[in-house]
Design a protein around this ligand. Structure first.
Ligand SMILES: [Zn+2]
Ligand SMILES: [Zn+2]
Length: 268
């Protein structure tokens, strides 16, 4: 078995342990006590968004990046190939996190781009599996940039594997229903205390950060009420459908759901 296969296997096992830990802690120390583990749309989120969509898009994005690399030959420049693995990993985490901060903000502010992101905000139960609910078009853009930069700049294949592991465990972390108190760390590293407010329909024009909360503090988009509970999540749009396939098609619907939203520049 090659080192890369072993690394993939290790990340797969560690992801399983991580999910089990999050589940145990969210039962023992729940943030919202009215939440259920097997809630509405749980199986859609787990089977369609987390498993089927991830596998299919992973292949498609891999082919797309290979095509871009074959057309440009950028990876032959080996711009970061001589860096140690840990430095490559930190570099790509920070670079991608900065990109996703601005792309995330753009999806909230632009009526057309909002269609890419609407599915993610349709989650009414913010929990470990709900966070994977993202429209495939949003994933295509986000992950092509995320893994494309690693391949095109000559990053090691192990860095792509580790980056995928960090991104998926982080997605599970920021959407969990555990009563986390990170203290001063929330000013540096992002966690559920700020991200769950991003899923509150009145405060979704704040807290755009994914891994580093620094961006929200730096660009003045942070919303961090410490003594209040985010009492509801989701879209204030009863016309938005539930279920994987209907949400796929909702992208093409004729109404422009973000127009009203863009009139409230910062509800937070
Ligand atoms: Zn958002
Ligand atoms: Zn989210």
């Amino acid at each position: 078995m090659s080192d890369l296969t072993l690394l993939k296997l290790g990340c797969f096992v560690a992801s399983g342990v991580w999910v089990a830990l999050i589940l145990v802690l969210s039962v023992k120390y729940p943030y919202r006590k009215d939440r259920k583990i097997l809630r509405k749309w749980f199986w859609d989120d787990l089977i369609m968004y987390t498993i089927v969509q991830s596998v299919v898009l992973g292949q498609a994005i891999g082919w797309l990046i290979k095509f871009i690399d074959n057309s440009t030959n950028l990876s032959r420049l080996r711009l970061v190939s001589d860096w140690p693995i840990w430095l490559q990993l930190i570099f790509f985490i920070v670079l991608h996190d900065l990109f996703i901060y601005f792309f995330h903000m753009a999806m909230h502010k632009n009526a057309f781009l909002w269609r890419f992101h609407e599915a993610h905000h349709s989650i009414e139960d913010v929990d470990w599996v709900g966070g994977s609910r993202s429209h495939p078009f949003e994933i295509m853009i986000n992950q092509t940039v995320e893994f494309g930069m690693i391949v095109l700049l000559g990053g090691a294949p192990a860095v792509a594997v580790l980056k995928a592991f960090v991104s998926s465990t982080w997605g599970i972390w920021i959407h969990n229903n555990i009563n986390v108190r990170a203290g001063w760390l929330q000013y540096v590293i992002n966690g559920p205390e700020m991200h769950r407010w991003h899923h509150h329909p009145e405060h979704d024009h704040s807290n755009y950060a994914t891994k580093l909360a620094i961006w929200d503090w730096l660009f003045r988009t942070a919303f961090y009420p410490k003594d209040r509970v985010a009492d509801r999540y989701g879209l204030d749009d009863p016309s938005y459908p539930g279920g994987y396939f209907r949400q796929m098609l909702a992208f093409f619907r004729s109404q422009k759901p973000a127009q009203e939203r863009s009139r409230q520049p910062n509800a937070g």
